[in-house]
Design a binder for this molecule. Structure first.
Ligand code: 5AD
Ligand code: SF4
Length: 466
C-alpha cells in the first residue's frame, strides 16, 4: 500500500474559507491525502486565500516566497512539494499568480474545489502550472459527503454553509466578484448535514453564508424557506443545543428571523450585523441601500424580540470622501447601539470595484487617526460588556481542555471564552457557570451546579420549539 501523502492547508479570512478548507480535506482524502500541521513536511500545501482587503491579498505573495524556499529544500532532499493557491485571490487574480510566483503548481477558485484532484493530476502530467478553467457551475453540487471520522475531529462546534455569494454590490467590496451570485442550499441537504454532525457529537451549529440572512432555499414542501424558518426546523434536531448564523445584512432581516430569536432559546442572542458607517451620505456612496436610522430600527426589532441580545459589527473608516463630520456620525452610532464586539478596517481600494475609481481619498494619517478613535470606543464597549458578566451565572457550552492543566474551556452565548476547573466529562455539555473574574480575552468561573450524569439533559441544554 502507498504511504499517505501529507496535505497542509493554510486558511486566511472568513469562516467560509475555514469551512472550504475542510471540504478540500474531504475531497483530497479520497486521493490518499492526510492533514499535517506543518507546511515544511507536506507533499501538498494549499494557501486558501482572502481578497477582501489589500493586506490580506498581499500576504499570499509573502507566504509563497517562504514556501518557495521550503519547496527547494524538499527538492534537494529528493522530495516533491506541490503548491496550490485556492480561495478568493485565486478567483480574482488567476494566471497572474502563476506569473508572479512560478513556484505555484495549481490555482483553483472557490467554485472549483471538487476539480482539485483532476487539476493536480493534469498539472503533473503536463509538467506545467495550471489555473482552473472549469466553468462556474452548481456551486453546491460538489459538497462531498462528510466522513464521520473527519466530522468527529471537528469537535463540539461546526460550521455549515447554507448560502454562498452576494448580490449586494457594496461599492468597496470584492465578494460579489470573487464568490459570485447568491445561491442557497436546499433545506433537506442542510438538515441532513446537521443531523449527521449531531450524530457525531456536534452540539453547536453556525450557519454561514456571505449574506446568510438572504437565505432562500427550497423547502421540503416545494416552497422557498427564509432563514428564520430554516432555524426553526434545525432547532428540532436532537443533540443540537445551540444555533448561530453569520454574516447578516441589515436589509435582509425578515420578520421570520426576528420570530426565530423570540421563539428559539437555542438560537444564540448574539448577531453579527455589519453597518460599515453611521453617515447616510457615505452609506449611499457605499451602495448599502439603508440609512443609519434603518439600521437602528433593525436593531430595535431584534431587541424587542429578545432583551438579552447583543451585537457585533464591521466598520470601514476613510471611505473615499469621508469627512470628519461623517466619521463622527459613525462614532455616534456606535455610542448609541453599544456593541459587544466589532471589527473596524481602514478603507482599502480593491481593483475592479466602483469605489476604487473614486478620487476623493482620505489621507493615510487621517485614516490611522480615525481607526484609533473608533477602536478605542469599541474596545471600551467590549470591556464594559465583558465586565458586566462578572458575578452573573451564564450558560457555557464546553468545547475542550484548556491550555492550563485542569481547566476546561467553553463559550458563553456571546462567544466569550469561559474557563472552569472541572473534569473533561463536561465537554459537550451546556452548564451554568458563575463568572468570577476576567482576563483580557476570557472569563474565569466556577460550575454553578454539579454536572448532570451522562445522558441526562438540563433545561439549559434543551431547545424550545415555536
Ligand atoms: N476596505 C476595507 N474594508 C473592507 N471590507 C470589505 N471590503 C473592504 C475594503 N475594500 C470589510 C467590511 C466587511 C468586512 C468583512 O471587511 O467591513 O464587512
Ligand atoms: Fe460585500 Fe456588501 Fe456583499 Fe457584504 S453585502 S459581501 S460588504 S458586497
Amino acid at each position: 500500500m502507498k504511504p499517505p501523502r501529507k496535505l497542509h492547508i493554510k486558511s486566511y479570512g472568513c469562516q467560509m474559507n475555514v469551512y472550504d478548507a475542510q471540504r478540500m480535506v474531504d475531497t483530497l482524502a479520497g486521493e490518499g491525502f492526510v492533514e499535517t500541521e506543518s507546511a515544511d513536511d507536506a507533499d501538498l500545501v494549499i494557501l486558501n486565500t482572502c481578497h477582501i482587503r489589500e493586506k490580506a491579498s498581499e500576504k499570499v505573495y509573502s507566504e509563497l516566497g517562504r514556501l518557495r524556499v521550503a519547496k527547494d529544500e524538499a527538492a534537494r532532499n529528493g522530495r516533491e512539494m506541490r503548491i496550490a493557491v485556492a480561495g478568493c485571490v485565486a478567483q480574482a487574480e488567476g494566471e497572474e499568480i502563476i506569473r508572479r510566483a512560478p513556484t505555484v503548481d495549481v490555482v483553483v477558485g472557490p467554485q472549483s474545489y471538487h476539480h482539485l484532484p483532476q487539476l493536480l493530476a493534469r498539472a503533473k502530467s503536463e509538467g506545467r502550472a495550471l489555473e482552473t478553467e472549469f466553468p462556474v457551475e452548481d456551486k453546491f453540487s460538489f459538497l462531498p459527503q462528510p466522513k464521520p471520522a473527519a466530522i468527529r475531529a471537528r469537535g463540539i462546534s461546526a460550521f455549515v454553509t447554507v448560502q454562498e455569494g452576494c448580490d449586494k454590490f457594496c461599492t468597496f467590496c470584492v465578494v460579489p466578484y470573487t464568490r459570485g451570485a447568491e445561491v442557497s442550499r436546499p433545506v433537506a441537504k442542510i438538515v441532513d448535514d446537521v443531523k449527521r454532525l449531531a450524530d457525531n457529537g456536534v452540539r453547536e451549529i453556525t450557519l454561514i453564508g456571505q449574506n446568510v440572512n438572504a437565505y432562500h432555499g427550497e423547502g421540503p414542501d416545494g416552497r422557498t424557506w427564509p432563514l428564520g424558518k430554516l432555524l426553526h426546523r434545525l432547532a428540532e434536531i436532537e443533540g443540537i443545543a445551540r444555533l448561530r448564523y453569520s454574516t447578516s445584512h441589515p436589509r435582509d432581516v425578515e420578520d421570520s428571523l426576528i420570530a426565530a430569536h423570540r421563539d428559539l432559546a437555542g438560537l444564540m442572542p448574539f448577531v453579527h450585523l455589519p453597518v460599515q458607517s453611521g453617515s447616510d451620505r457615505i452609506l449611499a456612496a457605499m451602495n448599502r441601500k439603508h440609512t443609519a436610522d434603518d439600521y437602528r430600527r433593525v436593531i430595535d426589532r431584534f431587541r424587542t424580540a429578545r432583551q438579552d441580545i447583543a451585537f457585533s459589527s464591521d466598520f470601514i473608516v476613510g471611505f473615499p470622501g469621508e469627512t470628519e463630520g461623517e466619521f463622527a456620525a459613525t462614532l455616534a452610532l456606535v455610542m448609541q447601539i453599544g456593541y459587544a464586539a466589532a471589527y473596524s478596517f481602514k478603507y482599502s481600494p480593491r481593483p475592479g470595484t466602483p469605489a476604487a475609481d473614486m478620487r476623493e481619498t482620505v489621507s493615510a494619517a487621517e485614516m490611522d487617526e480615525r481607526l484609533v478613535r473608533l477602536q478605542e470606543l469599541i474596545d471600551s464597549q467590549q470591556s464594559a460588556f465583558n465586565r458586566a458578566m462578572i458575578g452573573n451565572t451564564v450558560d457555557v457550552l464546553f468545547e475542550r481542555a484548556a491550555r492550563n492543566p485542569g481547566q476546561i474551556v467553553g463559550r458563553t452565548a456571546y462567544l466569550q471564552p469561559a474557563h472552569v476547573f472541572a473534569s473533561p466529562d463536561i465537554i459537550g455539555q451546556v452548564l451554568p457557570v458563575r463568572i468570577e473574574s476576567r482576563e483580557r480575552y476570557s472569563l474565569l468561573g466556577e460550575l454553578a451546579s454539579a454536572p448532570p450524569q451522562a445522558g441526562q439533559s438540563t433545561p439549559s441544554t434543551m431547545m424550545t420549539g415555536a
